[in-house]
Design a binder for this molecule. Structure first.
Ligand code: GDP
Length: 359
């Protein structure tokens, strides 16, 4: 499954956040046979629709979609020089599908900041610089090889031009992810470049920032178009200790948060990875299934079982809202809200689906 790699400077709250990410039992409850790697934290994607579906279908249980975060330990400055942990750090990032950078915006005189002060932009640039340098090294070799190829093979020319353009962008200090308008990332795919990965930023903040709309907006703009999530990692850890809703609400209120930060982190992570869900419902379970944005109906069926994709005939689909408005599948059918979709249908978030297939 797709993962986000958690990176950040020392002392920004990565471990605190990661501990919170590993402290829920969504995997154990729903995927009893899954192996849980020690450096992977799996969080459920909050989806209130599942409980409503479960009510309607009298399902025994609900199974949410999940998002996986990998803790990428290691030094940061000098990583691209490949010394010791640096190599491992970059190799781990290469394996992740997206990068989740934790940035410290909390103020605490007892916790030393490596650069001596709170400066989100400088933190972002420090990480970017290491990734950019690593990509430049990769591209140096690639350009040299592609130049040779392009002399005899015309087809190699677009790849060469893209690699050259990418070098220019990186030389100017920009990540390739942020320069998608200027270079076709598809043409760079063969190089597995680190800065082409989507980024997500987690601002580890205290109440003063969490409740400061203007400051949040400023930080959101700083990282746009990447997603920004605001949370207090320490509070997230404390929330998981609480077992009654009342105390959870009180603690959230005290830091001016409408919901646990892990919820918004899960949603942002899901979005950053380019994923979406569709829903199935029945007496056994109501469930959210994970598919890439733009998946077709047979591809969506394949997530349940490969045989479903191979033998796909049709998908019987009703939107969640239409189903709920009608009150039952039979009523939705009677109201003409249930559609039969074929193999070219592009799935849409909130589709409640029953697949028809040959076995
Ligand atoms: P890491 O080096 O990035 O993994 O950072 P840690 O998670 O170990 O956190 C470093 C220190 O900062 C620890 O003493 C944490 O308790 C503290 N810390 C982490 N998050 C917060 C936060 O949101 N607010 C405050 N005040 N302290 C935090």
């Amino acid at each position: 499954s797709l993962t986000l790699g958690i990176v950040g400077l020392p002392n920004v709250g990565k471990s605190t956040l990661f501990n919170a990410l590993t402290r829920n039992d969504v995997l154990a409850a729903n995927y009893p046979f899954a192996t849980i790697e020690p450096n992977v934290g799996v969080v459920p994607l909050p989806d209130p629709r599942l409980d409503k579906l479960a009510e309607l279908y009298k399902s025994e249980k609900t199974v949410p979609a999940v998002v996986s975060f990998v803790d990428i330990a290691g030094i940061v400055k000098g990583a691209s020089e490949g010394a010791g942990l640096g190599n491992k750090f970059l190799a781990n990032i290469r394996e992740a599908n997206a990068i989740c950078q934790v940035i410290r915006v909390f103020d605490d005189p007892d916790v030393i900041h490596v650069d001596g002060r709170i400066d989100p932009l400088s933190d972002i640039e420090t990480i970017n610089t290491e990734l950019i340098l690593a990509d430049l090294q990769t591209l140096e070799k690639a350009v040299w090889r592609l130049e040779k190829e392009a002399r005899t093979k015309k087809e190699a020319k677009p790849a060469l031009e893209a690699a050259q353009k990418a070098k220019e962008i990186l030389d100017s200090g920009r990540t390739l992810f942020s320069a998608q308008k200027d270079v076709d990332l598809e043409l760079l795919r063969e190089h597995s470049l680190l800065t082409t990965k989507p980024f997500l930023y987690v601002f580890n903040a205290d109440e003063s920032v969490l409740t400061d709309e203007a400051r949040r907006e400023e930080l959101t703009k700083l990282v746009a178009p990447a997603d920004a999530v605001f949370l207090d990692a320490k509070v997230e850890a404390e929330l998981l200790e609480l077992d009654d809703e009342e105390s959870v609400r009180e603690l959230l209120e005290s830091v001016g948060q409408p919901e646990p930060g892990l919820y918004s982190l899960a949603r942002a992570g899901f979005h950053t990875l380019g994923l979406q869900t569709y829903l199935t419902a029945g007496p056994k379970e109501s469930r959210a299934w994970t598919i890439p944005q733009g998946a077709t109906a047979p591809q969506a069926a394949g997530v349940i079982h490969t045989d479903f994709e191979r033998g796909f005939i049709k998908a019987e689909i009703v939107s969640y809202d239409d189903l709920m408005a009608a009150g039952s599948m039979a009523a939705a059918r009677a109201a003409g809200k249930v559609r039969m979709e074929g193999k070219d249908y592009l799935m849409s978030d909130g589709d409640v689906v029953e697949f028809r297939f040959n076995v």
